[in-house]
Design a protein around this ligand. Structure first.
Ligand SMILES: NC(=O)c1ccc[n+]([C@@H]2O[C@H](COP(=O)([O-])OP(=O)(O)OC[C@H]3O[C@@H](n4cnc5c(N)ncnc54)[C@H](OP(=O)(O)O)[C@@H]3O)[C@@H](O)[C@H]2O)c1
Length: 167
C-alpha cells in the first residue's frame, strides 16, 4: 500500500493562511480531485473544516484529539497511526493501492518519513501565510516528472505539477 502526500506549496513553502488556502487555483483543485478519487484521504481536523464538507467518492479520515468531534461523511482517528490503520483497511476494501495524505502541516510532517511518493503543486507565488510544508530534502526525494501550467482564468498564479519518489 503506497502512501502519497498531495500538497500545493508556495515558493516560500507556505500552504495555508487563516484556515484557508492562500490562493485560488481552480485548475489545481481539479488535479487534486483526480489524484485522490476513490481512495482514502487522511487529513487534520483543521483541513477538514477548511474544506467545509466531506470530499465525495473518498473515505475522509480526520485526525483529531477531540473524542466528541463528528462530521457527516467523515470517520475520525485519534492519532496519525490510527488514521493509517483505518486507511489501510479502507483501501484494501476498496481495492485501492494508495493512501492519500492531504495535510495540514503536522500531518504532512508525520507522514513524510513513511511516504512513497509526493505529488506537489509548486505554486509560482510567495503568499503570506501561517502554515508551511516540511522541507523536501533533495537527498531523499528525486523529481521524476514535472508539468508547467500557466494560470488559467480561475487561477491566481501559474504552477508546476511535480512528482517525487525516494532517491
Ligand atoms: N496547500 C495545501 O496543499 C494544503 C493542504 C492542507 C491544508 N492546507 C491549509 O493548511 C491549514 C490547515 O492545516 P493545519 O496544519 O493548520 O491543521 P491540520 O493539520 O489540518 O489540523 C490540525 C489538527 O489536526 C489534529 N491533529 C493533527 N495531528 C494530530 C496528531 N498527530 N494526533 C492527533 N490529532 C492531530 C488536531 O486536531 P484537534 O485540534 O481537533 O485535536 C490538530 O489541531 C489551512 O489553512 C488549510 O487551508 C493547505
Amino acid at each position: 500500500m503506497k502512501i502519497v502526500l498531495v500538497a500545493a506549496i508556495g515558493e516560500n513553502n507556505i500552504i495555508g493562511r487563516d484556515g484557508q488556502l492562500p490562493w485560488r487555483l481552480k485548475s489545481d483543485l481539479r488535479h487534486f480531485r483526480t489524484l485522490t478519487l476513490d481512495k482514502p484521504v487522511i487529513m487534520g481536523r483543521k483541513t477538514f473544516q477548511s474544506i467545509g464538507k466531506a470530499l465525495d467518492r473518498r473515505t475522509n479520515i480526520v485526525i483529531t484529539r477531540d473524542a466528541n468531534f463528528a462530521a457527516p461523511g467523515a470517520v475520525t482517528a485519534p492519532s496519525f497511526a490510527a488514521a493509517l490503520d483505518l486507511a489501510r483497511q479502507d483501501a484494501a476494501a476498496r481495492g485501492a493501492d494508495e493512501i492519500m495524505i492531504i495535510g495540514g502541516s503536522d500531518v504532512f510532517a508525520a507522514a513524510l518519513p513513511l511516504a512513497d511518493r509526493l505529488e506537489i503543486t509548486h505554486v509560482h507565488a510567495s503568499p503570506a501565510g501561517d502554515v508551511k510544508f516540511p522541507p523536501i530534502d533533495p537527498k531523499v526525494w528525486r523529481e521524476v516528472s514535472r508539468s508547467e501550467n500557466n494560470a488559467g482564468p480561475q487561477d491566481d498564479a501559474g504552477f508546476a505539477v511535480v512528482t517525487y519518489i525516494r532517491c
